[in-house]
Design a protein around this ligand. Structure first.
Ligand code: NAD
Length: 436
């Protein structure tokens, strides 16, 4: 048995859980939740191993001629977790600390996320180890094009479809589209999603993840008998997901009392003017630092602020066993991927906090990415209203389905979401059988 198989198996449903940690290897954090769901589903050991193991891992060296005339070689990853339900789908992250374990976890989360919202895709994720803030647009373009060219046989509208993630954007998707199209000798818009509308992007894609967070938060409030107009909200991270979720929840009548980004955090018990904060951040290089009309708070204070709803929308491992006991929110809607560690989950469950897990709460992005792919393939583009109505419906259906599964098995929404997703993917695998 390989090293990898042993590490998965030793903590599997057939053995005792491993030692208690709180700073998680993200892939192991994924496996830890998978284990609980697999046990509930009484998943056969062969299926267990198949579903937890990434189907393909690509590691590629990306030489880039820098503006200085010096060549640098960057490391890139693309992990295809599985393609049982359809072509694999997942963003590409540019970051100095991105690593294979993180990309493996994110790829697996994409598999479960697509299954939760009933989107016919498998899961994948990509990453390039680089600091995009220190690179010129020309260097970023050359890096992106060479990464795409190195993976040209991996990507494809019916094979593997990238999208933006941390530090990648519409422009980077446009370069991927163009590079792929040059190799294919035809314009292939459906090879990426999250691209500019002018190149076949979808209306509503930019707002989709924040909108999905809003929809499931309202659904959770309804279940708990809370009225939006009587709810206060704290939002960590004020980028795409956090700022849009803040705007849309404010529109629904909630009072946004705390916001933060990597630079600073702000609290105002009377409610923060979210529109003013968005304008301030845009005018100050995407930074809230110095935002007037609210008291400065730390990110740690924001997490434990006295609010009804907490939306972590920044990065992984923000809610840990250290701050989970002090969290006052009744609902946590995970805009970010992996913001809560498994140890924190246990504490929040015991304390009765309703956590809407990432694979449900932030699935609005991949849902509208699916709409974008469908529109590109049809060559027929929808109105914003049609996109938003269909997104709201799919998110609401996913929330209700996960809630029912969780209630039936008397588990958290997170485990309910895993059970719901794994059951679907395992069912498809059973029907397809194993090609020998
Ligand atoms: P983004 O880069 O637009 O915004 C990230 C925000 O988090 C920024 O305001 C940044 O300053 C802030 N931040 C970073 N580190 C922080 C820290 N330590 N403390 C407080 N704030 C911090 O990214 P995004 O697209 O909004 O993504 C945020 C999270 O949502 C990520 O986990 C991402 O994987 C996840 N997500 C995004 C999408 C999407 O469609 N954009 C979809 C699904 C999941």
């Amino acid at each position: 048995m390989s090293q990898f198989k042993r590490s998965v198996y030793e903590r599997s449903i057939y053995k005792e859980p491993g030692p208690i940690r709180d700073s998680e290897n993200p892939f192991e954090a994924m496996v830890e939740r998978f284990d609980v769901a697999a046990k509930i589903l009484q998943l056969d050991s062969g299926f267990y191993e198949y579903l937890v193991t990434p189907s393909r891992i690509h590691i590629t060296a990306i030489p880039v001629m820098m503006d200085s005339g010096q060549m640098r070689v960057f490391q890139g990853f693309r992990v295809i977790h599985n393609e049982i339900l359809g072509p694999s789908k997942g963003g590409i992250r540019y970051a100095e600390d991105v690593n294979l374990e993180e990309v493996k976890a994110l790829a697996a989360w994409m598999t479960w996320k697509c299954a939760v919202v009933n989107v016919p895709f498998g899961g994948a994720k990509g990453g390039v180890v680089c600091n995009p803030r220190e690179m010129s647009p020309g260097e970023l373009e050359r890096l992106t094009r060479r990464y795409t060219a190195n993976l040209i046989d991996v990507f494809g509208p019916e094979k593997d479809i990238p999208a933006p993630d941390m530090n990648t954007n519409e422009q980077i998707m446009a370069w991927i589209l163009d590079t792929y199209s040059m190799h294919a000798k035809r314009t292939e818009t459906a090879v990426v999603t999250g691209k500019p509308i002018l190149l076949g992007g979808s209306r509503g894609r930019r707002e989709a993840t924040g909108r999905g967070v809003m929809t499931v938060t309202l659904a959770a409030m309804e279940r708990l008998g809370m009225r939006p107009s009587q709810c206060t909200v704290a939002i960590q991270g004020f980028g795409n997901v956090g700022s849009i979720a803040a705007q849309l929840l404010e529109e629904q009548g909630c009072r946004i009392v705390a916001i933060s980004d990597v630079s600073s955090g702000y609290f105002n018990a009377e409610g923060i003017d979210v529109g003013a904060a968005v304008e301030y951040s845009a005018a100050h290089g995407n930074s809230l630092e110095g935002f007037p009309g609210a008291e400065p708070i730390t990110n740690e204070e924001l997490i434990t602020a006295d609010v009804d709803v907490l939306v972590p929308a920044a990065k992984e491992d923000q809610i840990t066993r250290h701050n989970a006991p002090d969290i006052k929110a009744k609902i946590i809607a995970e805009g970010a991927n992996g913001p809560t560690t498994p140890r924190a989950d246990d504490i929040l469950n015991e304390r009765g906090v309703l956590v809407i897990p990432d694979i449900l709460a932030n699935a609005g992005g991949v849902t509208v990415s699916y709409f974008e792919w469908v529109q590109d393939r049809q060559g027929y583009f929808w109105t914003t209203d049609r996109v938003n109505r269909r997104l709201d419906r799919m998110m609401r259906t996913a929330f209700d389905s996960v809630f029912d599964v969780a209630s039936r098995h008397d588990v958290s929404l997170r485990i309910g979401a895993y059970v719901y997703a794994i059951e679907k993917v395992a069912g498809a695998l059973r029907l397809r059988g194993i090609y020998a």
